[in-house]
Write a protein that binds this ligand. Structure first.
Ligand SMILES: NC(=O)c1ccc[n+]([C@@H]2O[C@H](COP(=O)([O-])OP(=O)(O)OC[C@H]3O[C@@H](n4cnc5c(N)ncnc54)[C@H](O)[C@@H]3O)[C@@H](O)[C@H]2O)c1
Length: 439
């Protein structure tokens, strides 16, 4: 074992290693908190001055992390943030949690990983362990990061420094499985890289799952998210088919879910949302295209899921038609804008498409979301209305897009004239009630 590795492992075990997290968003801030609470010195590095200032003032801007947690860590000098990447010169361990979105063309946008890696390369020194957490296609850690890190340096991976991939699986808003107890898959560029990275993460996280390579770890994350995307696509298509057959898809799903094995319950909805499920599988299909292979399940599921907002709007049109009304000119109240219940995350939310399509068809659209006070999207902006029950009574139709717990469903049912329920939020309350149209 190299002397460099022995010294680094000692610091990691003693928790005296200095670590940095590049990217202090939904993934990076919870990770910083967990490592800080495990006793490590954490430096958050992010180009966003507002996030940096908030952390240094002891304020959280992420729903799952309380300001008092951040404040306690800042006070104990276990957490500090900066926009200055040159501070990485004094850091032993670096996690990269930067965004991996899609470009307008639908291709992966690796510019954030590239720019973080370039800045890190300037400070690369012997005895550094680096873990990429951002979801990406298999090969990114080796082909892109390793190449950039070693372009101008003579340091050898697996001996002088250590590089691994470890996918983040956090599900914002969830309280049973969080950053600290979620099993963490880690795969290194070399076996030594896996071992050092696993040793580091094992100091703060409850379960580390080492795998044989960075590529296995990268692909495992994509399998998990593709599994969800394809199953959501399947159940959304079930909803379309059941509608044609005049069968209640929700009852069908509940019946199928009584099977004790071989079935996993997924539910249909207005479309995919969030930073992960609609995007990550497309990283895989893009990579496969470069190898002349079409990822058919991904393409098909993506097509079905992407069309769900349009299907919801067609159901709104049909529902209004039954009341001798058109979408054009009707007052439509959209309830829930976040992409899933009880959080404020608007990224890729299907509500944006539902509202946009209704506006295109000249509906008078208002929305309410207890977690999202304002929407600023492409060419339109809107404020959440204050009294959703009053607005529901005045609307020609209420479209329930996100089933937040905060809603008073019995009151909504009493007050509304017509409801299109895309989540079966009214469930048994609305049984046989003709004013509730289910997906
Ligand atoms: N949000 C989730 O629930 C979730 C779950 C699992 C995996 N992921 C993956 O984790 C990664 C990060 O996602 P997120 O939700 O935390 O994103 P985010 O947008 O909330 O945060 C990313 C942060 O990175 C910062 N940043 C941008 N460029 C940077 C650079 N060059 N150096 C340092 N910081 C930089 C941004 O300012 C931002 O604060 C993505 O790859 C995502 O797919 C996210």
């Amino acid at each position: 074992m190299s002397e460099v590795r022995t010294a680094l492992e000692r610091k990691l075990k003693e928790r005296s290693a200095k670590m940095a997290i590049l990217g202090l968003g939904y993934v990076g801030l919870p990770l910083a908190t967990v490592f800080g609470e495990a006793g490590m010195d954490v430096l958050g590095v992010d180009p966003d001055q507002r996030k940096v200032d908030a952390i240094n003032k002891g304020e959280s801007y992420i729903g799952d992390i309380e300001s008092k947690q951040v404040a306690a860590l800042v006070k104990a000098k276990k957490l500090r943030a900066t926009t200055d990447f040159s501070e990485l010169a004094h850091v032993d361990a670096v996690s990269i949690c930067v965004p991996t979105p899609l470009r307008k063309t639908g291709d992966p946008d690796l510019s954030y990983i590239l720019s973080a890696t370039e800045k890190l390369a300037e400070q690369l020194h012997p005895g550094m362990v680096i873990v990429l957490e951002s979801t990406t296609y298999p090969g990114t850690t080796r082909e892109l990061m390793l190449e950039k890190l070693t372009e101008k340096s003579k340091l050898k991976v697996g001996e002088d420094f250590f590089l691994a991939f470890s996918p983040e699986r956090v599900d914002p808003g969830r309280t049973d499985w969080t950053t600290v107890n979620m099993p963490k898959v880690i795969g290194g560029i070399t076996p030594a890289c896996s071992e050092v990275a696993a040793l580091w993460y094992g100091q703060a996280l409850q379960a580390v799952v080492p795998v044989s390579s960075a590529e296995v770890a990268e692909m495992a994350k994509l399998l998990e998210n593709t599994f969800r995307m394809v199953n959501i696509g399947l159940v959304n298509e079930m909803a379309l088919m059941c509608n044609r057959l005049g069968i209640d898809v929700w009852e069908v799903i509940d019946a199928a879910a009584t099977k004790p094995f071989g079935f996993m319950k997924f539910t249909p909805g207005p479309g995919l949302g969030g930073h992960c499920i609609p995007i990550d599988p497309l990283y895989l299909s893009w990579k496969l295209k470069s190898l002349n292979y079409t990822a058919r399940f991904i393409e098909l599921a993506s097509e079905i899921n992407t069309n769900m907002p349009r299907y919801v709007v067609s159901r709104v049109g049909e529902a209004l038609n039954e009341h001798s009304k058109a979408i054009n000119g009707s007052n439509v109240l959209v309830l829930g804008a976040a992409y899933k219940p009880d959080i404020d995350d608007m990224r890729e939310s299907p509500a944006l498409d539902v509202i946009g399509l209704l506006r295109e068809k000249k509906a008078k659209v208002t929305y309410h979301d207890p977690h999202v006070p304002h929407i600023d999207h492409e060419d339109w902006q809107m404020d959440s209305i204050s009294d959703y029950l009053k607005a529901a009574a005045e609307a020609d139709v209420v479209v329930l897009v996100t089933n937040h717990k905060a809603y008073d469903y019995p009151e909504l049912l009493k007050k509304s004239k017509l409801i299109v329920d895309t989540r079966n939020a009214f469930g048994k309350l609305a049984k046989d009630d003709p004013k509730v149209v289910k997906l």
